[in-house]
Structures are given as C-alpha cells and as structure tokens.
Design a binder for this molecule. Structure first.
Ligand code: ZN
Length: 228
C-alpha cells in the first residue's frame, strides 16, 4: 500500500469535474466514482467513509452532508476537499491504515477540526499522532486576512482556550496556518512530520482566492490509500 495525495492549484478546477468522469493530474487518472466529496459547511463534523460513499458529490450522488472532514480506511477511495483561501489539511498514516482530508477555514480552525480528526483516527483505527504525516496546503496568509474586531476576538479566545499562541496584532488579522500548525503540534504530531505549502492563495494568482476575486472556483485537494 502507499498513500497518494495532491494539493491543488488552479487546474484541475472543481466545477469542471462535474461534467467529466475522472480527474486527470499529470499522468494520474482518478475515476470520480472512487472520489468522495464533502458538503463543507464551516463546522467541525467529520465522516468516516465506507466504500458506499464512493462517488459522493458527483453525478446523481449527493456530497456527504453536513461535514467538513472525511476519513477513510478503504483502499482506492480518494477524499476530496475544495478550497479557495481556507486551509486544506491532509493526514496520512505512515502504515497506510487510514487517511483524512479536512477543510479548516476560520470556523473549522476555531473549532479545531484537525484535533478532532486526530482523536477519531486514534479511536477508530488505533492510529497515534506520531504515526501521522500531515500536509497543510496553500491558504490565505494573515496579512491578507483581516476580519472584524468581533470575529478576530472570537478567534483569539478560541485559540487561547486551546492553549495555543495566536498571532496578536492591531489589524484584526487571522493566521489560519499558524493556528492549524499549533493544533497539530498540540495534538502530538511531530514537527518533522508536518509539511506545508507556504503559498498565500490571495497573493499568488496560481491559486483561486475567494477573498481576492469573489471566485466560485476552487482548488481540489485529494488524499487516498492505493495499491503499489
Ligand atoms: Zn497573503
């Protein structure tokens, strides 16, 4: 077994997939019948997928409702998270027992969806934090993510309640990446096992950005376990 993952850029774009039968990423072809897509409602609910979930979000099959995270131990099943400024977070067990794909925007981060996924991986699959490799994909940086004083305060309080160290500033700027990174460390993932695409989706035009363009276009981020 091996883990497969992909952190998206502008292409392939999510909406284009809906008229197709597969995802083409360089030489790789993934049938959409093997992909699972989450509704993504800015919460912290996570669904543990079975093979019956394959194809959710494509054709006549609805996305997995009410969740911002997906976990699977099913082989050749690919979990998809769509992003355009929120952080995509992909978790891979080094022994290929299970993988997770998470949508961690302001609310998902405030609600610590990555910590919840780590708890579920342990509870359901016996996977410990030190068994994980984690990728944080491109997301909006703090400099480009200014919010209202109320939202900033709500976020900072949530970070402090989680015993994290939020970026404190005068500009009501939220640092999602820093928060997710700290949540992973706090949960026990090793520093050396966390990788990041440090690009800012707002700054770098090779990514879709909701804040920059009001765009409905989305990066796709994918993780799965497959046969060698
Ligand atoms: Zn930026």
């Amino acid at each position: 077994m091996k883990n497969y993952f992909y952190l998206g850029k502008r292409e392939p774009e999510y909406r284009e997939l809906l008229s197709q039968s597969c995802i083409r990423i360089e030489d790789k072809v993934i049938p959409l019948s093997q992909v699972v897509s989450a509704e993504q409602v800015h919460g912290n609910q996570i669904h543990i997928c079975t093979e019956a979930d394959s194809g959710a979000g494509f054709g006549d099959k609805a996305k997995v409702a009410g969740v911002d995270g997906l976990i699977t131990a099913a082989k050749e099943q690919y979990l998809m998270i769509r992003t355009a400024d929120c952080a995509p977070v992909l978790m891979m067990d080094k022994q290929h027992r299970a993988v997770a794909a998470l949508h961690s925007g302001r609310d998902g981060t405030r609600l610590n969806i990555v910590g919840k996924a780590i708890d579920m991986l342990k509870e359901h699959f016996g996977i410990l934090p030190q068994d994980l490799c984690v990728w944080i994909g491109a997301c909006i940086c703090a400099q480009h993510y200014q919010v209202s004083a109320e939202l900033y305060e709500e976020f900072v309080i949530a970070m402090q309640e989680q015993k994290l160290y939020p970026r404190l500033n005068q500009g009501n700027q939220i640092d999602i990446r820093l928060a997710v990174f700290q949540q992973l460390l706090r949960a026990g993932v090793a520093f050396r096992d966390i990788d990041q695409d440090m690009n800012c989706t707002y700054q770098d035009r090779s990514y879709h950005s909701y804040r920059r363009d009001g765009s409905k276009l989305r990066q796709i981020n994918i993780v799965g376990i497959e046969h060698e």
